[in-house]
Design a protein around this ligand. Structure first.
Ligand code: ZN
Length: 65
Protein backbone atom coordinates (compact mmCIF):
# COMPACT_ATOMS: atom_id res chain seq x y z
CA UNK A 1 0.00 0.00 0.00
CA UNK A 2 1.40 3.50 -0.79
CA UNK A 3 2.37 5.64 2.20
CA UNK A 4 1.18 9.14 3.13
CA UNK A 5 4.51 10.83 3.75
CA UNK A 6 4.54 13.97 5.89
CA UNK A 7 6.78 16.47 7.62
CA UNK A 8 6.21 18.82 10.56
CA UNK A 9 7.00 22.53 10.31
CA UNK A 10 7.13 25.25 12.97
CA UNK A 11 5.51 28.28 11.31
CA UNK A 12 6.39 31.66 12.86
CA UNK A 13 4.17 34.70 12.15
CA UNK A 14 5.74 38.16 12.40
CA UNK A 15 4.05 41.56 12.55
CA UNK A 16 5.81 44.81 11.58
CA UNK A 17 5.30 47.71 14.03
CA UNK A 18 5.94 50.21 11.23
CA UNK A 19 3.40 49.11 8.60
CA UNK A 20 1.36 46.56 10.68
CA UNK A 21 1.57 43.93 7.93
CA UNK A 22 2.29 40.25 8.60
CA UNK A 23 4.60 37.63 7.16
CA UNK A 24 5.43 34.07 8.07
CA UNK A 25 8.58 31.95 7.96
CA UNK A 26 8.64 28.19 8.33
CA UNK A 27 11.21 26.93 10.85
CA UNK A 28 12.43 30.51 11.42
CA UNK A 29 15.84 30.67 13.11
CA UNK A 30 16.43 32.64 16.33
CA UNK A 31 17.60 36.15 15.35
CA UNK A 32 17.90 39.52 17.10
CA UNK A 33 16.47 41.46 14.14
CA UNK A 34 14.42 41.06 10.96
CA UNK A 35 13.70 43.16 7.90
CA UNK A 36 10.02 43.61 7.03
CA UNK A 37 9.43 42.15 3.55
CA UNK A 38 6.63 44.71 2.99
CA UNK A 39 8.17 48.08 3.95
CA UNK A 40 11.84 47.17 4.46
CA UNK A 41 12.03 48.44 8.07
CA UNK A 42 14.74 46.94 10.28
CA UNK A 43 12.95 45.46 13.31
CA UNK A 44 14.30 44.20 16.61
CA UNK A 45 12.92 40.82 17.65
CA UNK A 46 10.19 41.73 20.14
CA UNK A 47 8.24 39.77 22.70
CA UNK A 48 5.99 37.02 21.38
CA UNK A 49 2.39 37.75 20.49
CA UNK A 50 -0.36 35.78 22.27
CA UNK A 51 -0.96 32.36 20.74
CA UNK A 52 -3.38 32.27 17.84
CA UNK A 53 -6.93 31.84 19.09
CA UNK A 54 -8.26 28.32 19.30
CA UNK A 55 -11.98 27.59 19.46
CA UNK A 56 -13.36 27.05 22.94
CA UNK A 57 -14.00 23.35 23.53
CA UNK A 58 -17.70 22.69 23.86
CA UNK A 59 -19.12 20.54 26.64
CA UNK A 60 -20.49 18.08 24.10
CA UNK A 61 -18.23 17.65 21.04
CA UNK A 62 -21.16 16.12 19.14
CA UNK A 63 -23.21 19.32 19.67
CA UNK A 64 -21.00 22.35 18.91
CA UNK A 65 -23.67 24.88 19.91
ZN1 ZN B 1 6.67 46.82 7.56
Amino acid sequence: MPAARFSVERLVHFQCEVCDRWWSIGDAPERDHWFCPWCGARLETGPPLPPLAAPEPSADPADPA
